[in-house]
Design a protein around this ligand. Sequence first.
Ligand code: G6P
Length: 607
Amino acid sequence: MCGIIGYTGNDNAKEIIINSLSALEYRGYDSAGMSLFTDNGISTVKTQGRVSELRKKASVHFPENTFCGIGHTRWATHGKPSETNAHPHGTDNVMIVHNGIIENYKELKKEFDDSLFYSDTDTEVIAKILDKEYEETHDPIKSIINTHKRLKGSYALGIIFSDIPGTVFALRKDSPLLIGTGENGMFIASDISAFLKHTNKYIRLEDGDTAMITKDSVRIFDTDGNEKSVKHETAQRNADEIQKGGFSHFMLKEIFEEPDVMKDTFSSITKDFLPDFSETISDDSFFADIGTIHIVACGTALHAGLMGKYFIEKLAKTPVTTETAGEFRYSEPILRANDMAIIISQSGETADSLAALRMLNEKNIRTLSVVNTQGSTIAEESEKVIYTLAGREIAVASTKAFNVQCEVLFILALKIALVKNTLTSDETKNILHSFSTVFSNSIPSILKNTAPFEKAAKILSECNNAFFIGRGYDNYLGQEASLKLKEITYIHSEAYAASELKHGTISLIEDGTPVIAIATDKKFFEKMRSNIEEVKSRGAVIISVCCEDADIIKEISDCVITLPSEPSYCHPFSAATAIQLLAYYTALEMGRDIDKPRNLAKSVTVE
Ligand code: G6P
């Protein structure tokens, strides 16, 4: 999704802003632009497409001695991707970059003559209002606050005024914005990765606050214009995580990191093979007397939530609903005082998940978030947080984060089971002991032999449609597998409970249609075989992802991806790695832009 960078300091602003925009590319975008102060005032360059194009344009357009400016990667919401709609937007007096959506932009535009607008964005009107306010008040802070009071929606803004060279202003409401404080200058950014190369010290801008930064000062004002004290924080992230480390794609690198990040996460929430969340949840009463658990998330995290439902219901015998956050927040969920909500999010900034969390907080439901990004808004606003230790995930398609989300939910299910006495300590220890082989043996052994994935990828890369079938948790994994395939290959695919395909969709099966059968739960092998026969007899080509002992599945499959022999609770996790590799190698075969698939954003900060 859109990315913001702003810089003011002693170094070359052109280079810093372009490099920061490159660091933001992973978020997903379709155009980019930047405005810098030059000897002749503010100058702007924009492009549709990649930052590499902007770099070429900027190198000839701007002089070398620039010291302050703002930049943006745009993920189109209002108005198609184009150079005109790319940010920054503005007037002769003010230029802005904007993340988020202005809901009342049509109404606000009515105050101005239509002919004054050159773009289709909801952003341009902010600049017009700000310009007018500044002309009236001659005070940048007042004009920003007055503008803020007129806007509805979510927004993070980076602003420069042509008559205040060397100063960058920022405003935040419901869209993340950080201020980086470096020795050679100051930054504003939607995401720490934009300035992490220069500094890991930052200040989090709070909702409604306006910031004014110069090369050696940061001042923050509340909505009444009162100056606030600033809280400095230090990021633990390592800039090396942004390197591919010899892998051809971040996605592959991140899949290969799964054994390590699962081990780290395991160590952080277990002790002597028993669940231990005491670092963040000191009192077991948090898990006591739970009525229903409501899991809320989006995308891949939602699929982890479905796995969580399976684990919690099976192990802790507690009812679970799993719902996509965008629906949950507008539905009228039946919530009881003793219910618990779990919000899952890799970024911790997904707009719908955050809104659902806020709704749950208002209703006094106990909230627990499972988040990968330290200090993110969802983590900050939840009653309790469990961090997944996946490290930085750069590829748009989420992989390692999914595995550790499932892992945390699995161990959480064991914790609730212990508190509810549906499992004994000894049983739990045994389960966790065998589970730990997934990261010490199973996933590493899958990663050693990628040949079966490459073979299956050849079949998939030649099709336009594919279907995934599975039963129980394999059905949930099928949904994630289908999403992965769609995201990075653009092959249309659908996932069905194996029992359901014949209630309509089987009409789409014809000669050569690939059906990927996920069969890792022994209890369903025979049923799965019957379902496979049903589609095979109508011409489907069967790719199966199954366990070593699933002979009755293997013998009717055209292509087999075999998971290592392992204790049953390991299967969902090693199968997750397998379906990610399947999507990866198919996209590779098709020559897709794997880490930056079209139209997608890593962190969806608008609803
Ligand atoms: C986007 C990403 C997905 C991700 C989803 C939820 O759609 O492309 O990979 O699963 O958002 O993101 P979150 O950060 O909340 O897990």
